[in-house]
Design a protein around this ligand. Structure first.
Ligand SMILES: Nc1ncnc2c1ncn2[C@@H]1O[C@H](COP(=O)(O)OP(=O)(O)OP(=O)(O)O)[C@@H](O)[C@H]1O
Ligand SMILES: [Mg+2]
Length: 358
């Protein structure tokens, strides 16, 4: 199969244009948007179904997936679908807070617990009471804190840093990580007991390259959102642009796609987006050429007559083109990219004169 090198030559530019809204023919059979999460692919529809089922269960959920696959969106969707939706949804990124501060962020501290603790302060678990706490990047938590977290998950109690009073909080825990926790257990970075306690209900988000059919839908979603937010009037993307974006691997997943869309919408402002507007790395993708339509003829042990097979194929294409054109030879010839006189000559040769009349 040939690979078609991509460029944004004038021919490509003119020939391939078709506004995305018109060209993509998006008619989702199932709802393609669920609590702001876009996805019509089977794997995303499965994620939506799991969210619906587990939302009210109070069970601990661990959301896994590469960076930018929507783990934060899923955590929020679970909270919004649960009976806790009117209570706080508190998010904390365990990987972004220095280890010595994370404990007090999570569990709070008493006055004088450490230098600078001039007043007592409640932690995220207390603030989330009645609601949901979302522990993002849980794979980055220290061993000591993992032990404390396990206790909260098992017994629902904790103490503020420097305090001895046990506090209970009614909190649903959702955790997320882009790390392979099983590998982290093997190299001693993650506790096995916490792993099993967290893996009550795992939700695994597919990478964008595993659900390419959702890319046109996401493009349309972000185009609408960005036009509103940026007060721009971009009308669509050429078919070729969407083709290239669908072929690209998106290592940063939906976040990267969103950022590319923002950049193109802001720079284009109005009119249409073409391959030349894509970042070079997306434009440089090679898209396999669509294989030519060939009849499915099996060659038996006796072999076949090539001339007869080719003739039959030609005959069937001529009949097809005449049928589409209601027998009008001029139009049928145009469909086959041959002269009208050539078509008439072939019709005679194949004895198709009576098949169609103008
Ligand atoms: N399915 C989706 N539909 C619409 N927007 C999405 C989808 N998935 C992700 N996004 C958007 O992509 C961006 C990244 O999503 P999010 O922060 O939830 O990813 P993440 O998996 O938590 O990433 P990280 O591992 O880097 O924290 C956000 O702007 C989010 O709104
Ligand atoms: Mg995140």
């Amino acid at each position: 199969m040939n690979n078609l090198a991509i460029d944004d030559s004038a021919a490509l530019y003119d020939m391939d244009f078709c506004p995305v809204q018109k060209s993509l023919n998006i008619e989702p059979a199932l709802p393609a948007s669920f609590c702001n999460i876009i996805g019509q692919s089977r794997c995303m529809q499965e994620v939506f179904r799991i969210i619906e089922k587990v939302a009210d269960s109070d069970s601990t959920i661990i959301v896994q997936g590469e960076t930018g696959t929507g783990k934060g969106l899923v955590a929020k969707a679970i909270h919004d679908m649960s009976y806790r939706r009117d209570k706080p949804f508190i998010q904390i990124n365990c990987g972004a807070i220095p280890e010595n501060l994370l404990e007090s962020e999570l569990f709070g501290h008493v006055k004088g617990a450490f230098t600078g603790a001039v007043t007592a302060k409640p932690g995220k678990f207390e603030l989330a009471n009645g609601g949901t706490i979302f522990l993002d990047e849980i794979g980055d938590m220290s061993h000591d804190l993992q032990v404390k977290l396990l206790r909260v998950l098992e017994e629902n109690v904790f103490e503020r840093v420097g305090g001895c009073q046990s506090i209970t909080a009614d909190v649903r825990v959702i955790a997320a990580t882009h790390r392979d926790l099983e590998a982290a257990i093997e190299n001693g970075a993650f506790r096995e007991d916490l792993y099993y306690r967290l893996f009550v209900i795992p939700v695994t988000l597919p990478s964008l390259r595993e659900r390419k059919s959702d890319i046109p839908l996401l493009i349309e979603h972000f185009l609408t959102r960005l036009n509103e937010a940026k007060h721009t009037h971009v009308s669509g993307l050429s078919e070729r642009t969407v083709e290239l974006m669908t072929a690209y691997a998106w290592p940063g997943n939906v976040r990267e796609l969103r950022n590319v869309m923002e950049r193109m919408v802001v720079l284009t402002r109005e009119g249409d987006i073409y391959p030349r507007d894509l970042p070079p790395k997306v434009r440089a993708v090679t898209v396999p050429e669509t294989p030519p339509a060939v009849p499915d003829i099996a060659i038996s042990d006796e072999g076949l007559c090539l001339n007869t097979a080719v003739n039959d194929f030609e005959k069937s294409l001529i009949c097809q083109s005449l049928k589409i054109s209601n027998g009008v030879k001029k139009n049928a010839a145009r469909l086959l990219n041959i002269k009208r006189t050539t078509l008439i000559e072939k019709i005679k040769r194949h004895h198709l004169e009576d098949s169609f009349t103008e």
